[in-house]
Design a protein around this ligand. Structure first.
Ligand code: BES
Ligand code: MN
Ligand code: ZN
Length: 493
C-alpha cells in the first residue's frame, strides 16, 4: 500500500522522482498554479514553466495530464501538470490527483503540490492521489510496474487530520476494490467471512457469522435458496461498531453474491464474466465499517453481509420453487437470476431487529440500473423522501455520483404470485430497478426508515481508467456509507 505524508515545508528541491502541479486555463493556454510551490518551481526552470506547458499543448482542462522533463533543474526528473479547469471543486481535485498519480506507476516518490488552501482541498488531493496509486497485481507473475511507493502532499501542518482521513478512506476503498477484483474461485462466502474476521479483529468490531446450518435453523430461506446450488455454502455476516455517546443506530446491508452465474436461469456468457463483482455491496459495507471504526463517529453501526454463490447444479433452486424467507414471508422464485433481492430480504428483516434509526442497503442489483443511469451513477430509492435526498446529498459530498429514484406503488402489483406472497420478478417489463426496490420495500417493517442503493453500474468499471478510477473494482459506495454514518452521528440525517 502506498504511504502518504504531509509536508508543510515542501520545496521544489525535495528529493522526489516527480512533482504534480495544477494547471488552470489561462490566457496563453495553460496557467500553472494553485500552490505556492509552483512559483518556486517556475523560478528553478528559469521562468519558462508556462511557456513549456503551452508548447506541449496543455490547456488546463480538468483531468488533462501533461508531463514535462526538468532536465536537472530540480531533483525531480519530471513535472506532471494536471488540468483543474476553472475553480475546481473537491471532486475535481481528487480526480486530477488520481489521474496524475495513476500515470506515475513505476516511480518511487512523488510530491503532490495541488491547491491546498483548506483542509478539504489538501484532503482531496491526498485521497485522489492514494486512490490513483491503487493497483491489483497479486495475480501477475514476472515483470510488473510497481505502484508509487510514497506520496508527499504539500500542505499546511494544520491539515494533518484531513490527510489522515484520506488515508483511512483510501484503505477502505482499496479493501473493497481488492474484494471485488479477487477471482471468485478465491473468494467464496467463507473466504469473505475470513476477511471480515480479520477486519473485525483489526478494528475491534464485534462479529458474528451465521453459517449454513445456522441459516437453515434460523429460517433464512433466501440465503439458503440462492446458495443451495453451489459447493460453497452461504453465510450471513454481522459486524457491529458501537460508540459510547451514540444515540442512534445505522444498519447497513450488503448484497454479497460472490459469483452470479444466474443459477438455472443462466446468464449469457458476455454478461457473466464480470459477475465476480456481485458482492460489491457487501464489500462496500465491510469497507465502510473498517473506516467508520477508525474515524469514530458517535453513532452505532451494524453491518450485514448476505453472502452466497448463485450456481446451477442438481441441488440448485428451480424456477417455480417457493422460499420461506426470514420473518415468514413466502416468495415464488420465477427467475433464479433475480437472486440479490432474495438474500437481501432475509438480511433486511434481520437488520430491522436491531431497531435501527435507518437501514441502508447496497447492492449490484439490476441491469436495469445501468439502462436507467449508465455505468457511473448509483440509483437511490427510499421509503422516505428526506432520507432519499439526505443519502443523495451524502453521496455528493463524498464525491460519488448518485441520483434519487422513485418507488412507484403501482409496480407492486406486477410482483403478485399465483401461489406465494410475492414473486421475485415482475410481469411488468419496464422499470426493473424500481421493481427490485419495490420488492425490497416489502421486507422493511412499517415505521423503519430505509434507503436502497443500486450500484450495478458504478461497482465495476469495464472501460479505460479515468481520474482515480481504475479498471475493475471501483470501491463504489464505501465513502457514501461512511458519510451517511457521520451525518447520522451529527443529526443531519
Ligand atoms: N447481479 C445482477 C445485476 C447486475 C447486472 C449487476 C449487470 C451488475 C451488472 C442481478 O442479480 C441480476 O441478474 N438481475 C437481473 C434481474 C432480472 C432477472 C429481474 C437483471 O437485472 O437482469
Ligand atoms: Mn442475478
Ligand atoms: Zn446478482
Amino acid at each position: 500500500m502506498t504511504s502518504i505524508s504531509l509536508d508543510s515545508a515542501a520545496s521544489a528541491d525535495l528529493d522526489v522522482d516527480a512533482i504534480v502541479i495544477g494547471v488552470t486555463p489561462g490566457t496563453e493556454g495553460a496557467s500553472p498554479g494553485g500552490h505556492p510551490l509552483t512559483g518556486a518551481l517556475d523560478d528553478a526552470l528559469g521562468g519558462r514553466l508556462t511557456a513549456a506547458l503551452t508548447a506541449l499543448g496543455a490547456t488546463g482542462k480538468a483531468g488533462e495530464v501533461t508531463k514535462l522533463p526538468t532536465l536537472g533543474a530540480v531533483p525531480a526528473g519530471v513535472v506532471v501538470a494536471v488540468g483543474l479547469g476553472d475553480e475546481p471543486d473537491e471532486e475535481t481535485l481528487r480526480r486530477a490527483a488520481g489521474a496524475a498519480v495513476r500515470g506515475l506507476a513505476g516511480t518511487r516518490r512523488v510530491l503532490v503540490a495541488l491547491p491546498a488552501g483548506t483542509p478539504a482541498q489538501t484532503g482531496a488531493a491526498a485521497l485522489g492521489a492514494l486512490l490513483g496509486a491503487y493497483a491489483f497485481d497479486g495475480y501477475r507473475t514476472g515483470e510488473r510496474t510497481e505502484p508509487v511507493a510514497e506520496l508527499v502532499v504539500a500542505g499546511d501542518a494544520g491539515h494533518a487530520d484531513a490527510v489522515e482521513r484520506a488515508r483511512v478512506l483510501a484503505a477502505s476503498v482499496a479493501l473493497v476494490r481488492d474484494l471485488v477484483n479477487t477471482p471468485p474461485s478465491d473468494l467464496s462466502p467463507d473466504d469473505f467471512a475470513t476477511v471480515a474476521q480479520r477486519v473485525a479483529g483489526e478494528n475491534r468490531l464485534a462479529i458474528e457469522v451465521l453459517d449454513e446450518k445456522a441459516l437453515v435453523d434460523g429460517g433464512y430461506g433466501g440465503l439458503i435458496g440462492v446458495g443451495q446450488g453451489s459447493a460453497n455454502p452461504p453465510c450471513l455476516i454481522r459486524l457491529a461498531y458501537a460508540h459510547p455517546d451514540a444515540t442512534r443506530t445505522l444498519a447497513l446491508v450488503g448484497k454479497g453474491i460472490t459469483f452470479d452465474s444466474g443459477g438455472l436461469s443462466l446468464k449469457p456468457a458476455d454478461s457473466m464474466d464480470w459477475m465476480k463483482s456481485d458482492m460489491g455491496g457487501a464489500a462496500a459495507v465491510l469497507g465502510a465499517l473498517a473506516a467508520i471504526a477508525k474515524l469514530g463517529p458517535a453513532v452505532n453501526v451494524v453491518g450485514y453481509m448476505a453472502m452466497a454463490e448463485n450456481m446451477p447444479s442438481g441441488t440448485a433452486q428451480r424456477p417455480s420453487d417457493v422460499l420461506h424467507l426470514y420473518g415468514g414471508k413466502t416468495v415464488e422464485v420465477l427467475n433464479t437470476d433475480a437472486e440479490g433481492r432474495l438474500v437481501l430480504a432475509d438480511a433486511l428483516v434481520r437488520a430491522a431487529e436491531d431497531s435501527p434509526d435507518l437501514i441502508v442497503d447496497v447492492a449490484t442489483l439490476t441491469g436495469a440500473a445501468l439502462v436507467a443511469l449508465g455505468t457511473r451513477t448509483t440509483g437511490v430509492m427510499a421509503n422516505d423522501d428526506a432520507v432519499r435526498e439526505g443519502v443523495v446529498a451524502a453521496a455528493g459530498r463524498a464525491g460519488e455520483a448518485a441520483w434519487g429514484m422513485p418507488l412507484p406503488a403501482d409496480l407492486r402489483k406486477g410482483l403478485d404470485s399465483a401461489v406465494a406472497d410475492l414473486a421475485n420478478i415482475s410481469g411488468e417489463r419496464w422499470g426493473g430497478m424500481l421493481t427490485a426496490g419495490v420488492f425490497l420495500k416489502e421486507f422493511v417493517p412499517d415505521g423503519v426508515k430505509w434507503a436502497h442503493l443500486d450500484i450495478a453500474g458504478p461497482a465495476f468499471h469495464k472501460g479505460e481508467p479515468y481520474g482515480y478510477t481504475p479498471k475493475g473494482g471501483t470501491g463504489a459506495a464505501a465513502r457514501t456509507l461512511v458519510q451517511v454514518a457521520e451525518d447520522l452521528a451529527a443529526g443531519s440525517l
